[in-house]
Design a protein around this ligand. Structure first.
Ligand code: UGA
Length: 445
């Protein structure tokens, strides 16, 4: 590639935006990022990330030090600066019960930016949005931008996973360019010149297809997880082993072993809200079969949480009240401190509602967990959580938990009973140390 340095602005410095800003700077571009949250901006400018993401903070500091990355609170400055503007604000599930994505922040960013677009530039949507949103954005922005038709628009979805954000963003499987014309494509290809020249495929399409690619990918992943989870139920009903089954079907390249890990299903800030928003859009467009599919995927997913609660109740003789339960893991998945729609915290809260005394441990997500579930107890170590426990629940598969010595932990608990909700502990080793172990979808040895 020609390695041309561009002036890239990033609007929104949450998970998506901050990672994108840092990675754009790391590609060599001059980056200016903005957020309405002054504290976030101040923190980022000091080289601190407001969330736990392996590798992001050092890269933030490196690019701040190199002078490639700056932060501002002024949209006028952003408008003046950017050859390309990426909109990276959140699209949470709306609170109206419809499942629709709340587009307030996307349209808010567009309205704040548009009056400052005085010359030819490119506005790129990156936030996950319902199909059709980019067109609406163009209509609103073009009318409000002084440069009018000189402003180009594109949609460039992001596929990064929390915990692997830097790697996924710098070396994604593919880069999708949703564009209305050649000029937008050319400029976007210059922005991503480095990854494209290293052989990462760039796929160009219309705006609507690009918007759908993002939600289709997340819906497929969610469906895959719910599929393996219904197989777990089937295995349990048949005395079969879902892990062996996943390994065996996963070898077929058409299926693939990734995202076939059974357990508690998907949580987090993306998959659950994305399939609900997609279902709402499909309903509006009269695509009932898609509504049905996604409803089933969601129902199966939430059912996993109830399954673990039922197992816990059974393991404790039918009544949870006054029982001491140690919960290992609070984050929605390992390598993250994100507790949004965390299956673990959802289960912990329900157990506590039924009268259990729940003590939660997590290597990094404790502070976030305390904020949303102050009624639970929190322990600084696995042994402290398990002290006097009637039951241990393994609900987030941190590598730390695979290193637990089951014999040592046995001496701490009142009753050596384990439910491995994530199917990742060495059940044989725990059993050998005297534990009764339940693993959903696997035979009770
Ligand atoms: C997901 C997608 O994987 C990303 O590609 C996408 O960019 C992102 O959403 C987004 O839309 O922003 P993320 O939510 O960070 O990324 O987490 P995943 O690693 O996908 O895990 C999602 C959930 O599925 C977790 O709760 C995880 O425990 C669960 N999961 C995952 C399973 O239960 N089984 C599996 O086999 C895999």
């Amino acid at each position: 590639g020609n390695g041309q340095i561009l002036r890239v602005s990033v609007i929104g410095t949450g998970y998506l935006g901050l990672t994108h800003a840092v990675c754009m700077a790391d590609l060599g571009h001059q980056v200016l990022a903005i957020d309405v949250d002054a504290e976030k901006i101040a923190k980022a400018a000091r080289g601190e990330t407001p969330f736990f993401e392996p590798g992001l903070e050092p890269l933030l500091r490196k690019n701040l030090d190199a002078g490639r990355l700056r932060f501002t609170d002024s949209f006028a400055e952003i408008g003046e600066f950017g050859d390309v503007h990426f909109i990276c604000v959140g699209t949470p599930q709306s609170k109206d019960g419809t499942g629709h994505a709340d587009l307030t922040y996307v349209f808010g960013a567009a309205e704040a930016l548009a009056p400052h677009l005085n010359r030819a530039t490119l506005v790129v949507g990156k936030s996950t949005v319902p199909v059709g949103t980019s067109r609406q954005l163009i209509d609103r922005m073009q009318a409000a931008a002084p440069a009018g038709e000189l402003v180009d628009y594109a949609f460039n979805p992001e596929f990064l996973r929390e915990g692997y954000a830097v790697q996924d963003s710098l070396t994604p499987d593919r880069i999708v360019f949703g564009v209305t014309g050649e000029s937008a494509e050319t400029l976007l290809r210059r922005v991503f010149d480095t990854p494209l020249s290293s052989g990462i495929p760039g796929i160009t399409m219309d705006l609507e297809t690009a918007e759908l690619v993002k939600v289709a990918a997340n819906s497929f992943l969610a469906t895959k997880i719910s599929f393996i989870n219904v197989m777990a139920e089937m295995c349990e009903a048949s005395g079969a082993d879902v892990i062996k089954l996943a390994d065996a079907i996963g070898i077929d390249e058409r299926i693939g072993r990734k995202f076939l890990s059974p357990g508690l299903g998907f949580g987090g800030g993306c998959l659950p809200k994305d399939i609900r928003a997609f279902r709402a859009t499909a309903g509006e467009r009269g695509v009932g079969s898609l509504v049905d599919l996604l409803t089933t995927v969601d129902t199966i997913n939430l059912g996993r949480r109830h399954r673990v609660i039922d197992l816990a109740r059974q393991a404790l003789g039918g009544d949870l009240s006054g029982k001491r339960i140690a919960v290992l893991g609070a984050a929605f998945k390992p390598n993250s401190d994100d507790i949004r729609d965390s299956p673990s915290l959802d289960i912990s809260g329900r157990l506590s509602d039924e009268g259990a005394i729940v003590s939660v441990h997590d290597p990094v997500a404790m502070a976030n967990a305390k904020r949303v579930r102050p009624e639970l107890r929190y322990a600084d170590s696995v042994h402290e959580a398990a002290d006097g426990a009637d039951l241990v629940l393994h609900l987030t598969e941190w590598a730390d938990y695979r290193a637990i010595d089951p014999a040592a932990l046995r001496a701490t608990v009142a009753n050596p009973v384990l439910i491995d909700g994530r199917c990742t502990l060495d059940a044989a080793a725990w059993r050998a140390a005297g534990w009764t172990v339940f693993v959903p979808g696997r035979p009770a040895a």
